[in-house]
Design a protein around this ligand. Structure first.
Ligand code: FEO
Length: 394
């Protein structure tokens, strides 16, 4: 429990979650996380921007008690997901004067997910403002970062942006502001990769919109606060751009060595051709690391043995994950080894259908690969070289 001061009458009152290991029962959190909430005290009104995960309700309540605001006039809800909205019912119970300020989509979600009463809402629209006296909040609709109702709040006089998940990083730290950009870059890229990447094109538009605002501080709802906004905005511009790097990812599974022999041959062939390669043995791979790499890899080659009549289940997951993230990879290859047949190529293609990439000629090996199969693997490396040259990324 601790209150951290951003600026005069602006405080971070949320909670640091040092121990959380999983988010959405899916995303690994190697560095924990935080649920930031902000109290903004204007000359006439006070606003709380977002709350915290219900597990940390007592931390938020104690932090607010430390500041003992006479009233909380407004509770700004930028996002309905429970790690930010989950304590809204408790705040409304403790503060009968508080009105929830949000957009109509978020209002509907808060009523669905948390049963917030309809008469506790003030509904605002894009670019509408709310005066706290000497401080003014402006609401900017930024949908799909990463739910349809997400919005960003801008505090005009102090030039602070409160974008909730957008620009955030799962990182537990006692530092209010970013101290080591390289560490935060890792966390923010991992967060972008696993949560935001499917919405790359709409984020391009949001970045243009926010580029018109004079921003001195970005205060997200996960991880440290940015007092050098260009650091995270430039990083996002790079991640959402259409550009890819001279990099091939090979997510693979091998049960008896045949697939692995093809993977090793392709790896050597690509290195010989000046192409960066990264292998992900899906038996033990950290899929968060894979997601980070797929943010800007030009090519991915899936490699699997046939199991029954399809790909190995771990490969199925990797292919589905790649499709779900709508990665911007330009080329997709498939290598597979089999004993009696099946439909691996069709299956993998269908799983990654949302990725609008060129499918390279697959390489199949009945049993252990021999001279002919290795020739085909070398040909695949040649094709990748040619495609990367055409993209001018070598
Ligand atoms: Fe941090 Fe989408 O919740």
């Amino acid at each position: 429990m601790a209150v951290r001061k951003l600026k005069d009458r602006i405080f971070e009152v949320g909670a640091i979650d040092w121990d959380r290991e999983l988010f959405d029962e899916l995303v690994h959190l190697p560095d924990g996380t935080s649920y930031n909430a902000y109290l903004v005290q204007g000359s006439e009104k006070t606003a709380l921007i977002d709350t915290v995960d219900p597990d940390k309700e007592q931390v938020l309540i104690q932090n607010l008690k430390t500041l003992h605001p006479e009233r909380i006039d407004y509770l700004i809800s930028n996002h309905a997901e429970q790690d930010h909205s989950g304590c809204i019912p408790k705040i409304l119970e403790l503060h009968p004067e508080t009105m929830v300020v949000t957009n109509s989509k978020c209002k509907a979600m808060l009523m669905d997910h948390l049963h917030v009463a309809e008469d506790r809402f003030i509904v605002i629209k894009d670019r509408e403002t709310l005066s706290l006296g000497d401080k003014t909040l402006e609401f900017i609709m930024t949908p799909w970062v990463h739910w349809p109702e997400t919005m960003t709040t801008y505090l005009r006089e102090d030039k602070i942006l409160f974008p909730c998940d957008f620009f955030g990083a799962h990182r537990a730290t006692s530092n209010l502001f970013v101290t080591k950009e390289s560490k935060v870059y890792y966390g923010a890229k991992r967060y972008y990769a696993e949560i935001m990447m499917p919405f790359r094109t709409i984020i391009q538009k949001h970045l243009k919109t926010l580029g018109n605002y004079d921003i001195e501080i970005i205060a997200p709802s996960h991880g440290p606060v940015y007092d050098r906004p260009a650091f995270i905005m430039d990083a996002y511009r790079n991640w959402v751009s259409d550009e890819v790097k001279n990099k091939v990812l090979i997510p693979f599974v091998s049960m008896h060595g045949s697939t692995r022999a093809m993977v090793d041959r392709l790896t050597s062939a690509l290195i010989d051709r000046g192409i960066k390669v990264k292998l992900f043995n899906l038996v033990k791979a950290d899929m968060g690391e894979y997601a980070m790499d797929i943010v800007d890899a030009a090519t991915v080659v899936f490699a699997t043995p046939f199991v029954l009549v399809g790909a190995h289940p771990s490969l199925v997951y990797a292919a589905y994950f790649t499709g779900a993230l709508r990665a911007k990879v330009k080329h997709v290859g498939i290598m597979a080894s089999y004993g009696w047949g099946g439909k691996v190529v069709e299956q993998v293609k269908s799983l990654i259908e949302p990725v609008k990439a060129e499918h390279l000629e697959p390489v199949l090996s009945k049993g252990l690969p021999g001279k002919e199969e290795f020739r085909k693997v070398d040909a695949l490396a040649d094709t990748i070289l040619e495609r990367h040259r055409a993209l001018n990324i070598l």
